[in-house]
Design a protein around this ligand. Structure first.
Ligand code: ADP
Ligand code: MG
Length: 601
């Protein structure tokens, strides 16, 4: 007896349907894409009971002639592709000619459609893929596709459908992505008769973002654009101060198609490295456009994934566009008051000790240790001043005290802002030994001096542009090495040296003969240990964060006015915006906000 059966077209259709139509949201996606492909300017989507009872999409697109309507539910029926050459440059959202066949195989469909210019339209009923009725009818231009009782004939599939609410949310999410993909189309989304959103279709991405994501989300977004390697980028990215708890608000589009793209996601997130708190994710609406031949959309039946012929070019374009968006952010944004500063880590004092000079000579000189090298010693002896280790700053402009009104600044262009010079702001002083107060045209700027300094040190450590200022430790600091530290000191002493530590192992002790000036002696052990941990784990940025935190001036200890001025200049010039953990470095209280507090307005 033969064992191989040729499946009936009906069963074959059901199997194929499963690939394209996994859930109600897949139907929403396919129907909306067809409307966009048909050149619709206005689309209304209504979903009932999570899309299981009814999904209706009405558009004012090209419509279909009766003979096209008669075949559009057949497999491989498409008006968008005619031969294999077309596959190399697909400019429409659909092209496989599968969606309507798949949807109609697992539902009951009513279609009314009228081609532009035709006198009459046509009305059809299709059930489980078979046309039940078809007749001429008077109707508006465009197409209305109503899909009812989805999966009524595939109970196995129905069982896997989650709750109505979960499906509802998925359907709305698909509609949101379509709306963001096509700001030139006005999309109205109704859920059980209630309006979810309604985009104006004015062609501006920002308008679509407002309608879909809400005013609050858009307020935190920075315009982002650029072009490199044949890839144009346009859109919005969130400010690092407005990180999200997940990636739900990351929207990527390639040539008007919503996609999942590891390349784009990685590029975006790497641009936020060191400015966003760990565990937070940037939000974005990013469109890229590139030659149709440079992207393959025929990778997956749902077309949610794409392949780029040049991943690197896409990565670079997105990465640099996001970075420059953050660069152009106003230096001290109006922001909510930041969360309370985290308590400073407690200084560990146990474990290390200083050798006496005699002990040092006895222990090291005989064992062949040469006396420590000479290092530049800071002028100020023990306490190192910030200005001693900062690059020279231009002398501040003399200004009469007390200053009159701050110089009013013209409203800056949103994208091309001049960086403020010291003439545009005035150092008022220090409050609570923690915050620097600056008056500027924008209002009163409060700067977290520790966070600002931490960022400056971090950037310098990272660029390693200048060698650190180092002080000789006489006698050296000695502590018992944990295994990680021992291994790192043995294997890579030069990495420590580059960061300003001269150290070596002696037996199971670490001997630190010189250390950066900006690290207090009691913190040397923990700094070395954490650097060692960073080096061995491969996350050297984490180690630099720790170093920067330890080296930065502390909150709660008052600072010299000149040091405050250096920090204020770095923040006001826009050089420093976020601490390496992503906390804001400055907040601005505008005059209006202060006036409100005092009930002047
Ligand atoms: P594809 O979109 O891949 O071509 P579909 O099965 O989704 O395949 O649609 C089949 C065809 O039906 C389309 O190529 C198009 O000609 C026609 N069609 C579907 N929806 C619409 C619509 N809303 N307006 C006009 N024509 C449509
Ligand atoms: Mg289609």
């Amino acid at each position: 007896m033969p064992k191989i059966n040729i499946l009936s077209p009906h069963v074959a259709d059901l199997i194929a349907a499963g690939e394209v139509v996994e859930r109600p949201a897949s139907v929403v996606k396919e129907l909306l894409e067809n409307s966009v492909d048909a050149g619709a300017k206005n689309i209304t989507l209504s979903i009932e009971r999570g899309g299981l009872t009814c999904i209706r999409v009405a558009d004012d697109g090209s419509g279909m002639a009766p003979e096209d309507a008669g075949v559009c539910f057949l497999r491989h029926a498409t008006s968008k592709l005619s031969d294999e050459r077309g596959l190399e440059a697909i400019g429409t959202l659909g092209f496989r000619g599968e969606a309507l066949a798949a949807i109609s195989a697992v539902s009951r469909i009513e279609l009314t459609t009228r081609a532009r210019g035709a006198e009459l339209g046509v009305e059809m009923e299709v059930e489980a893929g078979d046309i039940q009725s078809m007749r001429e009818i008077g109707c508006p231009d465009g197409t209305v596709m109503t899909v009812r009782d989805l999966f009524y004939n595939t109970p196995a599939r129905l069982k896997f459908i989650k709750s109505d609410r979960a499906e509802q949310a998925q359907c709305v999410a698909v509609a949101q992505r379509t709306a963001l993909a096509h700001p030139e189309v006005s999309l109205r989304c109704l859920r059980d008769g209630r309006e979810e959103f309604f985009t104006p279709g004015d062609g501006r991405l920002v308008s679509a973002c407002y309608a879909v994501l809400g005013a609050d989300a858009v307020r935190d977004m920075l315009p982002c654009s650029g072009e490199s390697g044949g890839v144009a980028v346009e859109g919005f990215v969130s400010s690092p101060s407005a990180g999200r708890g997940n990636r739900a608000q990351q929207f990527f589009f390639v040539n008007g198609r919503s996609v999942r793209s590891v390349t784009m996601q990685t590029a975006l997130e790497n641009a936020y490295k060191n400015t966003l708190m760990t565990g937070r994710f940037p939000a974005c609406v990013i469109h890229i456009r590139l030659g149709l031949g440079a992207v393959d959309v025929n990778v997956h039946p749902t077309k949610a994934e794409v392949k780029f012929s040049d991943d690197r070019a896409v990565y670079d374009a997105v990465y640099y566009a996001a970075l420059s968006a953050m660069e152009q952010e106003r230096p001290a944004r109006e922001a909510e008051l930041p969360p309370r500063p985290e308590p400073e880590p407690e200084v560990k004092t146990g474990g290390w000790r200083m050798l006496s000079a005699k002990e040092y000579e006895e222990r090291f000189i005989p064992e062949g240790y040469s006396p420590p090298r000479k290092y530049e010693l800071p002028q100020s002896g023990g306490g190192v001043k910030l200005r001693d280790i900062m690059p020279p700053q231009p002398a501040p402009q003399p200004r009469p005290e007390p200053a009159p009104q701050p110089v009013p600044q013209p409203e800056p262009e949103p994208l091309a802002q001049a960086r403020p010079t010291e003439r545009d702001w005035r150092l008022v002083g220090e409050a609570m030994s923690t915050y620097i107060l600056v008056e500027s045209a924008d209002g009163l700027v409060l700067i977290d001096k520790h966070a600002a300094h931490e960022r400056m040190i971090f950037d310098r450590l990272k660029s390693s542009a200048e060698p650190p200022m180092v002080q000789m430790l006489m006698p050296p600091v000695v502590f018992r090495a944990d295994p990680k530290t021992a291994a790192a000191v043995e294997n890579e002493p030069e990495r420590f040296e580059r960061l300003g530590f001269d150290l070596s192992m002696l037996g199971s002790d670490v001997i630190v003969r010189a250390a950066r000036c900006d690290i207090d002696i009691p913190e040397i052990q923990s700094a070395v240990e954490e650097l060692a941990r960073g080096f061995t784990s491969g996350d050297s940025d984490a180690a630099l964060h720790t170093m920067a935190c330890k080296a930065a001036i502390k909150a709660g200890k008052s600072s010299e006015p000149e040091d405050l001025r250096i920090l204020a200049a770095a923040v006001m010039s826009g050089e420093v915006k976020y601490c390496p953990h992503g906390r804001p470095v400055a907040v601005t209280l505008t005059k209006k906000e202060l006036d409100k507090l005092f009930k002047r307005i």
